[in-house]
Design a protein around this ligand. Structure first.
Ligand SMILES: [Zn+2]
Length: 272
């Protein structure tokens, strides 16, 4: 089965804070040895192919207080000319350029196909009205916005900003904006994320970082909403993408649902 990994971090030691690089060294020695000094699109694509991944969403991040900075420009140029790699931008809250302008530039000039926002790392509430001009742009340009929801182990993060319920406002106010609750509010807000997809048609759950064995326990409505779940690995924070795929394939779900989770929903969302 073809697989789209909706959650990949691409960067080197230059991009991430020391404790993040230490964490990668510990959990993913292959990444550390093979890619932490330098990473090329060709090298990454070859690695992804070994893991059974055909395409991957590559995420930018602006989180200097927690994990580091991977600028939109880096992600966009890394992915350029490689249809296997789909660049997602982010909005930097530490610069003077208005958020709407940043978003327009990222899509129209750099060619990003969506955005990833990190409320817990960058310390903001996703329903803050100051972000609404950004959501306006994303909605009108028809690009999805992914939010990290739930907890994080990294120093400098503030968990209160990760409550998926904060996205109820955004989903309501921007009904055509596709919003992904990455990590499904793990671990103590799973029920909120599960409920929110029943209320808003424009909300999705990214399963990166949620062990497959508890997926159906926390999201008993998965089979009823098969069009709302997206596979992602969170590599290099997770070392072995292949076994994550195998665990999804082993779930007691309809074949069509597995197909939806592993690539079809992503393809639709990204207009592939
Ligand atoms: Zn991640």
């Amino acid at each position: 089965m073809q697989v789209i990994d909706f959650h990949l971090h691409v960067g080197t030691k230059r991009h991430w804070t020391e404790w993040v690089v230490d964490f990668f060294r510990e959990v993913n020695p292959t990444y550390y040895e093979r890619f932490s000094e330098g990473i090329t699109p060709e090298g990454l694509i070859a690695y992804l192919r070994e893991q059974g991944v055909g395409r991957a969403v590559v995420l930018s991040e602006y989180a200097p207080r927690a994990t580091g900075v991977v600028p939109n420009e880096f992600t966009a140029s890394f992915c350029k000319g490689h249809e296997e790699l789909i660049p997602f931008g982010s909005i930097c809250l530490y610069e003077d350029t208005p958020v709407a302008e940043q978003a327009e530039r990222a899509v129209k000039v750099l060619g990003v196909r969506g955005f990833k926002m990190l409320p817990t790392y960058a310390h903001f509430y996703p329903n803050d009205p100051s972000l609404y001009p950004f959501y306006e742009v994303a909605q009108s340009l028809e690009v999805p916005v992914m939010f990290h929801t739930g907890t994080s182990i990294f120093k400098g993060s503030r968990v209160k900003y990760g409550d998926p319920l904060l996205l109820d406002d955004v989903a309501e106010d921007f009904p055509r904006l596709k919003i992904i609750m990455e990590h499904g509010g793990r671990p103590f807000w799973y029920d909120r994320a599960a409920w929110l997809i029943t209320r808003h048609r424009n909300l999705y759950i990214g399963i990166a970082g949620i062990p497959a064995k508890v997926l159906l326990q926390w999201f008993p409505n998965l089979e009823r909403y098969p069009d709302r779940f997206l596979f992602g690995s969170d590599w290099p924070g997770v070392p072995d993408i292949k076994s994550l795929i195998e665990r999804v394939l082993a779930l007691p779900l309809a074949e069509e649902t597995k197909e939806r989770i592993l690539w079809r929903n992503a393809a639709e969302l990204l207009g592939l």
